[in-house]
Design a protein around this ligand. Structure first.
Ligand code: FAD
Length: 288
């Protein structure tokens, strides 16, 4: 089933993101995670795609297990940076063979050690090129990324919104946002998106803060801002892992509850492969 149909049938759609285990760990380690998540009856589960070539085959393998063994819709992430058209076609063929019809089309980031990477050398320069290519390759439901606070490398928010609209016009069926920690940022972004006629579902992505080190690392990588409330929380509980985790789960639960109260089409939870935390959040909001 195409995930875009889910958003038409049922609201809100609760969905999860997982990542493949490191290549040094057996792929089976993720199945315990999956079993914990599947009990929560998600609309779909997305599987990240390793940048720089790591774990790439595992995305297909895990997405296929979600779809064909657990009978839950799978959304396979796919990045195009540094990939040729032939390579992308091979991956799409592999997904098709596993009955996976939902793809999250991303540009991806160059390898961390590639200073001054030149995107213009690539067959695909932006995610919009990949969206168009996938749509022309078959009957896929295509999702893409959106950045409520702007992509970390964008110079102006208005440019980012302009390119997002262009990307959607290439055939995006729904958008999932990068994590953010203040719902006002999401509501404002949604208003701006609707104003420029981005009319597909825009799904907020929520990542619970579980420890002080993690939040600093994530924020420095993706450029999301830290609202005062969160800063105060990290200052208060950061040195006490147990209290910090409890406060982080409560913070995420409040974010999700507020989104549900405001009639969002869905919520996508970045699970970090921790079903127990996601279970707690969903219990807090009456969805488990
Ligand atoms: P794009 O949509 O191409 O945008 C990148 C930047 O280029 C933006 O600033 C945009 O404004 C600008 N831009 C776009 N088009 C043009 C144009 N024509 N001219 C000029 N500027 C333009 N990474 C992974 O490696 N694996 C994953 O599984 C993964 N999953 C993700 C899931 C979500 C929900 C999100 C939000 C991000 C994910 N990422 C993942 C990270 C993502 O790959 C990076 O954020 C990457 O830097 C941008 O990818 P994009 O698809 O948003 O790029």
């Amino acid at each position: 089933m195409k995930i875009s149909n889910l958003y038409q049938q049922k609201k809100p759609v609760i969905s999860f993101e997982i990542f493949p285990p490191k290549s040094t760990a057996p792929v089976e380690t993720v199945y315990q995670t999956l079993e914990g998540l599947i009990k929560l009856n998600p609309g779909f589960i997305s599987v990240t795609y390793g940048a720089g070539g790591s774990n790439r085959d595992r995305t297909k393998e895990i997405a296929s297990t979600i779809k064909n063994k657990y009978k839950v819709e799978a959304l396979a992430h796919l990045t195009c940076v540094g990939q040729t058209v032939d390579e992308i076609n091979q991956i799409l063929k592999g997904l098709q063979e596993e009955n996976i019809e939902n793809v999250l089309a991303l540009r991806g980031d160059p390898p961390a050690d590639a200073q001054g990477y030149d995107f213009s050398d690539s067959d695909f320069k932006y995610a919009s090129d990949l969206v168009r290519h996938i749509k022309n390759s078959g009957d896929y439901c295509v999702a893409a990324a959106a950045y409520p606070e702007g992509h970390i490398h964008c110079r102006r928010l208005s440019d980012d919104l302009h390119w997002l609209k262009y990307k959607v016009e290439q055939g995006v069926d729904f958008l999932i946002t990068q994590l953010y920690y203040d719902n006002r940022v999401f509501y404002n972004f949604l208003e701006n998106a609707r104003r420029v006629n981005i009319n597909c579902p825009v799904i907020p992505g929520i990542m619970p803060v579980l420890n002080a080190k993690q939040i600093k690392r994530i924020i420095s990588l993706c450029g999301a801002s830290m609202p005062a409330k969160l800063l105060i929380m990290v200052d208060k509980f950061g040195d006490n892992p147990e209290d910090m985790e409890k406060a982080g789960l409560e913070y995420a639960s409040n974010q999700v509850q507020d989104l549900l109260d405001n009639g969002v089409d869905g919520v996508h939870l970045y699970t970090m492969n921790k079903p127990q935390h996601i279970t707690e959040i969903l219990k807090n909001v009456g969805k488990a």
